[in-house]
Design a protein around this ligand. Structure first.
Ligand code: DX5
Ligand code: ZN
Length: 221
């Protein structure tokens, strides 16, 4: 499943970009919400997304903000399917994840490249999506950090052992050229920003991304 990060889209034509990328085969729209504190960049909040009107596929909010508690209700009310918070941003992870589910959304937890899997192990029963950062969050267009693939494999094993129905998603530096390797590390959902929006033909790019994932799975059987 491909989730298109609109961080690398043309913001002056944001609605058109969203419609185009979904028409081209993106399964989800990934919203990178940044506050200039947790990460050194600022993006957008619920009013901007609300102004775009209804999107033709579900949206995921990736909250790279301090005090994420304040943003659960606003993002739930604009209809996000998943709200993902960073384990590094809260002292009360269990409570925060529970509040996301109580707001009617799927609860996602994300880890920065330097954060070990053990940080999220205690909350597995309260999580629907684990988002492994394969770059340091803050900017689109960065190179994947290959060492994070070992951690992705570890988290895959942790999920499988737990028996919980948790989606393993990766975010950062995913491209046509490396998506197969990331799929083999156990990811099932892939956030792709510049790897789609900086190409000229979104449809061909998304088809190739999906084919490379399917081939990676076929070869590993
Ligand atoms: C990084 C964001 C990512 C980013 C992905 O902080 O969380 O979602 O936009 O962009 P690419 O695919 O260009 O690395
Ligand atoms: Zn993201």
């Amino acid at each position: 499943m491909i989730s298109a990060s609109i961080l690398s889209a043309d913001f002056s034509r944001l609605r058109e970009e969203i419609l185009n990328v979904v028409e081209a085969g993106a399964d989800r729209i990934h919203l990178d919400v940044m506050d200039g504190h947790f990460v050194p960049n600022l993006t957008f909040g619920p009013p901007v997304i609300r102004s775009l009107g209804k999107t033709p596929c579900p949206m995921d909010a990736h909250l790279m903000v301090e005090k994420p508690e304040a943003y659960i209700e606003p993002f739930a009310s604009i209809g996000c399917e998943v709200i993902t918070v960073h384990v590094e941003t809260t002292h009360h992870l269990h409570k925060l994840l529970s509040s996301i589910r109580e707001a009617g959304c799927m609860a996602g937890v994300s880890l920065n490249p330097a954060t070990p899997p053990v940080a999220i192990q205690p909350v597995l029963p309260f999580v629907d999506v684990i988002l492994v950062m394969t770059v340091n969050p803050g900017f689109g267009g960065q190179k994947i950090i290959p060492e994070v693939l070992d951690k992705t494999r570890e988290i895959r094993a942790m999920i499988d052992k737990s028996g919980f129905d948790i989606v393993l998603e990766v975010d950062g530096g995913i491209k046509v050229e490396n998506i197969a390797e990331v799929a083999r590390a156990g990811a099932a959902r892939f956030v792709v920003g510049s790897g789609i929006f900086k190409t000229s033909d979104y449809r061909t790019t998304i088809e190739t991304l999906k084919r490379n994932v399917a081939d990676a799975h076929a070869l590993s059987i």
